[in-house]
Ligand binder design. Structure first.
Ligand code: GDP
Length: 448
């Protein structure tokens, strides 16, 4: 998907450029920061914000020492990633939490912002979570609003209350509230236009009083760029804005401006709209969003799974050995331990950027039982044998089999698996776009 127009492409290009450089000095850092500045300003990010961000990146890149195990170049990439995440509101995603019953959501937004479409998207999202939301139409201004909602709710097979004949928004809200009082979630659509802006704001205030919403959500159009920030501010001064959904981020050249400007107002962005279809909708998570934008793969889910679960030093050493071809049985045993903690190796590896579906098929065939047997066998080996499996010939195999209570053919099978894995890992390490460096970066991310 062409998210945010060219922004993702130009940013990931500067990251790639950085990754290809052998020395990181002042000049290189300044050059990369310039690239990033250019890309962000083109995406309508506020110039002041851009300079603040680039100054932070530059200062940190030139003054901070990379933690052990990662190179200066990788550290600069990490800094860029972190600062971009901060630009979009930080690492803690804002979540929609359905608390009181009924949970009443008041939808606000100017006409054309994508409000009605977004209500449909949110309903679908909630249905997938097991809720059965009901919708109330209080838009008495736009004749087609009720009809549009009726189609949406019919498709989703959920209840709608509205009355195109009734021109009293407050009355509609009260009746809807009464009708759906036993419902878990009620969503109120409101008008996005009035003769005068002050009338609109006044109506929003009155609706707010009558409905007493659990959450009010403002929909802003991402294509308007940094003006989205001003709009968010204006609405939140007039009514109590709980959170924001930014629509139309697909292919919008100004989406970066909209996101950063809204984030700067402090209003939490909870979802984004990424297309006209009902499923073009996602929970907004700055870390995930930025790693995707920078072309870093879904590092975040890998980090989540790895956190707390993994002994970093062992993991790093094992990964490094795996990639460089210096893969011993000690590494294989560590790998098995990691698998227990993080899930199947195949799944873990598929989340590593650039690796995707190139996961060796050796990993897909391993069963839990087999891994257990292999671990028992390895516990009967000497340290020397573990580090240099080539020395395991027939007489040693016989001794190990006897010691671990298995047959000699099981030892052969283990050695065969080991050799295949070693070969496969070496292949991955050599292939383009994926060296030990990336692994270091991922491990470093896991660490935090
Ligand atoms: P409302 O007046 O605020 O209720 O806006 P609508 O829901 O009627 O949407 C206005 C237009 O924006 C429609 O043509 C929608 O298809 C379109 N739209 C809404 N959300 C998105 C989005 O995330 N991406 C794109 N490309 N179009 C969208």
């Amino acid at each position: 998907m062409d998210m945010l127009g060219n922004l993702g492409e130009s940013l990931s290009n500067s990251i790639k450029k950085l990754a290809g450089m052998s020395v990181i000095d002042k000049k290189t850092v300044k050059e990369v920061v310039k690239d990033i500045q250019r890309a962000l300003i083109q995406s309508d990010v506020n110039v002041k914000l851009v300079f603040k961000l680039s100054k932070r990146i530059e200062d940190r890149a030139l003054n901070e020492k990379p933690p052990k195990g990662i190179t200066a170049r990788e550290y600069v990439i990490t800094i860029i990633y972190e600062e971009m995440v901060n630009l979009l509101g930080g690492s803690e995603p804002a979540k929609l939490e359905i608390t009181e019953k009924p949970f009443k959501i008041l939808f606000l937004g100017l006409q054309g912002s994508g409000k009605t479409t977004t209500i449909g998207k949110l309903c679908k999202y909630l249905i997938k979570k097991g809720y059965n939301p009901a919708v109330v139409c209080t838009d008495t201004w736009r004749p087609a609003a009720y009809e549009q909602l009726r189609q949406l709710t019919d498709e989703l097979d959920i209840s709608l209350y509205g009355d195109p004949e009734n021109k009293d928004a407050l009355d509609l809200a009260k009746k809807g509230l009464e009708k759906f009082k036993n419902q878990r979630i009620i969503i109120f659509d409101t008008a996005g236009r009035h003769k005068q802006e002050s009338d609109l704001i006044e109506e929003m205030n009155k609706l707010d009083n009558v409905i007493n919403p659990s959450e009010s959500i403002l929909v802003v159009d991402g294509t308007i760029g940094q003006i989205a920030g001003e709009q968010a501010k204006a609405f939140s001064e007039a009514t109590d804005i709980g959170s924001i959904i930014i629509s139309k981020l697909d292919g919008s050249g100004k989406g970066g401006g909209a996101l950063s400007a809204v984030a700067e107002t402090g209003a939490p962005i909870k979802f984004i709209g990424t297309g006209e279809k009902i499923d073009d909708f996602e929970v907004f998570d700055p870390e995930r969003f930025i790693s995707r934008l920078l072309g870093m793969g879904d590092i975040q889910s890998l980090v989540e799974r790895a956190e707390e679960n993994i002994d970093e030093d062992v993991a790093q050493k094992t990964m490094n050995n795996m990639m460089s071809g210096k893969f011993t049985l000690v590494d294989m045993r560590n790998q098995f331990d990691m698998m227990n903690k993080m899930g199947p190796m195949q799944q873990v590896m598929s989340m590593i950027p650039g690796l995707g579906n190139k996961v060796p098929k050796e990993f897909t065939k391993m069963t839990e039982d087999k891994i257990e047997t292999f671990k028992i066998i390895m516990s009967s080996m000497t340290q020397e044998e573990m580090e240099n499996p080539k020395m395991i010939k027939q007489s040693r195999a016989r001794r190990i089999a006897r010691g671990s209570g298995v047959e000699e053919k099981d030892i052969k099978e283990l050695l065969k698996y080991y050799n295949n894995s070693k070969r496969a890992m070496k292949g991955i390490g050599k292939r383009g776009g994926f060296g030990g460096g990336n692994i270091n970066r991922i491990i470093n991310q896991m660490r935090r």
